[in-house]
Write a protein that binds this ligand. Structure first.
Ligand code: ADP
Ligand code: MG
Length: 702
């Protein structure tokens, strides 16, 4: 008969072609295997019957064992209803049905004992359950005896054709009754299962669907969760290793004059220990013969640019060019300016290329890149175009990873036909370690976990609209002290027009309050031409204007140390990581900085929690953890495009420890046996091949 797991669902008893088709459409199930690897999402404890006299809390779910003493159909004005009275030793209760009356009435047997489960309503002391789940208890029928009842998800459409949780339970039981242990072979070697105290896979699968106790449920979940995360990690580490072997990178084994001279005579500050450590990590990669794919993660202001620059100098010392990519024109411009400043007097030539660089200027840049005269180039995605040809590109630094997709990253690989350039991705979006390990499994990760000394944490306050006059007073005082202020409006996703209106109105209001000639205001938004934007930005940088009214275009990277106040309008509309990025724009100078979160009185609970988190901490990792908790990993910036697996049981937030344990075990195994060739790992080798086959999409991306 073949393996039951391969059986198409329409051939499973109780399903058939029509329901089968709908199950495929609604839940994506095609075979019996899909069904049994989709688990209950909760269990109803039916192991304890209550006495009717003991219950009485409105809305509580109760399980009773009682006899039916009367069953009556009552004709109402509009519809029939069915009323039954059930009685145990301690009292009685009313059961009511409004729907399916003619079907239910057939099932009810007077004087027979039933297990009755449902939600209690109490009205003037009268206890009622509407539409209870009923099962008759008879001598040789154990169906009605107390159990843990699995509850499966369903959809409205499926419920309509009778595939509700109960039906799914029946179908699963049918499959399980035919399932042989050999059809769910063990896929972990015993040295892992015994070390971790895990149930055999077959047993776990049976018990998660048909448990006798919550302990059994928990043991099964533990085992199946481990499988989810372990094979995910194993597959990623395995692919990474294979790719490493396949792709050679240029070898940067020299530290030469470019680096040494800069380090000894130009470095404007002492590097933090964290900066030193990550540079060492990166250097180790650059010196090996393998191509580097590393992510440099560091909170806003942690000094990633300097790390990138020092790495680029190593590339130059070894005869290669380096490129630095930024997601926006403004950012690219800022990087270009700061790199040029840092490198002044070194003789190193830095170029700049964005879509706005045209004509003769562009041609010169392209020529100089090609003949190697330009050693470092800064720009936007315009640098990815085919017309951009390097003499010998050795290192690509990508700032703010989340704006570039995986595909774009791989495009850089074609820029050096001989050897694939090393890639360093920089991000200020702090990602909790567990998530980083999972989402960026294909990248190695270095973390700058220390800010340069002397930074004062930004003071953050939440202010309701009604206190706006206080805000205005405060702003006036700060400006008098010579400080500058950002005022940020949210992007309204549904409508760019609304967006602009919102900003425009806000701008006009601010202009009425802070009037020229005493005060000057800049305004920047996404719809402006690049040149216009740059001009407004420059006016602010040059302190011609004291206030910068902007949408989130200033979110990433902009550096104006004299700006010490960040006012965020309609704070409730921003996500946590965005708020954190915005706040990172201030607190860059020596002065005490402030972040003021404005909001109306009506905010959702999630909105409130976001604001409280911001007020409570400036630690990017804590904020990222909260963000993950509030939104779930699917929405964290950058994860959509990275092909993160959907886990059925695992929670990246709650199962942090399991994630690292699984990662460590996978790493240990591959360190000793990179290609899984040892006899004791044969089982893993097979299971991994299986995993790759079933997760083709993921394999393709990584
Ligand atoms: P980010 O990591 O957000 O890109 P930057 O590289 O822009 O941060 O650095 C933020 C500021 O901190 C810059 O003005 C930079 O010159 C300064 N900086 C970087 N490293 C150090 C350090 N070790 N000591 C003092 N200041 C530093
Ligand atoms: Mg930066």
């Amino acid at each position: 008969m073949g393996n039951i797991l391969d059986r198409p669902i329409e051939f499973i008893k109780g399903i058939g072609p029509h329901r089968g088709k709908l199950m495929t459409e609604e839940l994506g199930f095609r075979t019996a295997e899909d069904l049994i690897f989709s688990y209950p999402f909760r269990y109803v404890d039916k192991t304890n019957f209550s006495n009717i006299s003991d219950i009485g809390r409105e809305g509580e779910y109760v399980l009773l064992k009682a006899k039916l003493t009367s069953i009556k159909e009552i004709k109402g004005q509009r519809q029939k209803r069915l009323v039954a009275i059930a009685k145990d030793k301690t009292g009685y209760i009313e059961l009511v049905w409004f729907k399916g009356v003619s079907w239910v009435v057939k099932m009810l047997v007077p004087d027979a004992e039933f297990s009755i489960y449902g939600r209690l309503t109490v009205f003037k002391g009268k206890k009622t359950i509407s539409h209870p789940e009923m099962e008759m208890i008879t001598g040789n029928n154990s169906a009605g005896l107390p159990t843990l009842d699995p509850v499966y998800s369903s959809t409205e459409k499926l419920t309509k054709i009778g595939i509700d949780s109960k039906a799914r339970k029946r179908i699963i039981r049918t499959i399980l009754s035919e399932l042989r242990a050999s059809e769910i072979p063990e896929n972990l070697p015993s040295y892992i299962t015994s070390r971790m105290g895990l149930l055999p896979r077959y047993e776990a699968l049976i018990k998660i669907h048909a448990p006798k106790s919550m302990d059994e449920v928990n043991e099964s979940i533990q085992r199946l969760k481990f499988n989810e995360i372990f094979f995910f990690q194993l597959s990623m580490l395995y692919s990474k290793h294979k790719r490493k072997l396949k792709f050679r990178g240029p070898i940067f084994d020299k530290i030469g004059d470019n680096f040494t001279n800069f380090y000894n005579t130009k470095l404007p500050f002492e590097l933090t220990n964290a900066q030193k450590r990550v540079i060492k990590e990166i250097r180790a990669d650059l010196g090996s013969k393998y191509q580097m794919n590393r992510m440099l993660q560091g909170d806003v202001g942690s000094g990633k640019t300097m790390v990138a620059l020092l790495c680029m100098l190593i590339a130059l010392d070894n005869g290669y060019q380096a490129v630095m990519l930024a997601p926006t024109q403004i950012l690219a411009q800022q990087h270009f300016t700061s790199l040029k400043e840092y490198l002044e007097g070194t003789g190193i030539r830095v170029g700049f290329l964005t879509g706005a660089v045209k004509g003769k200027e562009r041609k010169i840049v392209l020529d100089y890149l090609k003949n190697g005269e330009l050693q470092i180039i800064v720009g936007t995605h315009a640098l990815m175009e085919d017309s951009v040809v390097f003499k010998s590109l050795g290192l690509a630094v990508i700032d703010e990873q989340h704006r570039f997709g995986v595909v774009q990253r791989s495009k850089l690989w074609t820029k050096n036909p001989e050897l694939i350039p090393h890639i360093l991705v920089m991000t200020a979006t702090p990602i909790p370690r567990t998530l980083a390990m999972t989402v960026y499994g294909d990248l190695d990760v270095s973390v700058i976990d220390e800010l340069p000394p002397g930074r004062k944490p930004v003071k953050t306050v939440h202010m309701y609209e009604s206190k706006r006059y206080q805000l205005i007073e405060f702003m006036r005082e700060e400006i008098k002290k010579g400080r500058q202020i950002y005022v940020v409006y949210p992007l309204i996703e549904e409508s760019e027009t609304l967006d602009l209106q919102n900003l425009q109105q806000g701008y006009e209001q601010w202009r009425d309050i802070f009037k020229p000639p005493e005060f000057q205001i800049s305004v920047v938004h996404g719809r402006m031409k690049a040149a216009e934007k740059d001009m407004e930005m420059k006016r602010f940088v040059d302190k011609v204007t004291q206030i910068m009214v902007a949408t989130t275009v200033i979110e990433v990277g902009v550096n104006v140390p004299n700006a010490s106040v960040m006012v965020i309008e309609n704070t409730e509309r921003f996500g946590l990581s965005q708020l954190h990025q915005l706040r990172g724009r201030v607190g860059r100078g020596a002065e005490q900085s402030f972040c003021i979160l404005m909001s109306g009185v009506k905010i959702s609970n999630v909105g409130k929690e976001r604001i409280q988190t911001m007020v409570g901490t400036t630690d990017g990792f804590k904020i990222a953890e909260a963000d993950l908790r509030l939104r779930g990993p699917g929405d964290i910036m950058g994860t959509q495009q990275s092909g993160i697996a959907r886990f059925e049981l695992l929670s990246l937030v709650e199962d942090k420890n399991l994630v690292s344990t699984a990662r460590n075990i996978a790493r240990q195994i591959l360190d000793n046996d990179p290609l899984l060739e040892h006899p004791q790992n044969e089982i893993l080798h097979k299971a991994l091949a299986d995993y790759f086959r079933k997760n083709k999409d993921w394999a393709r991306i990584s």
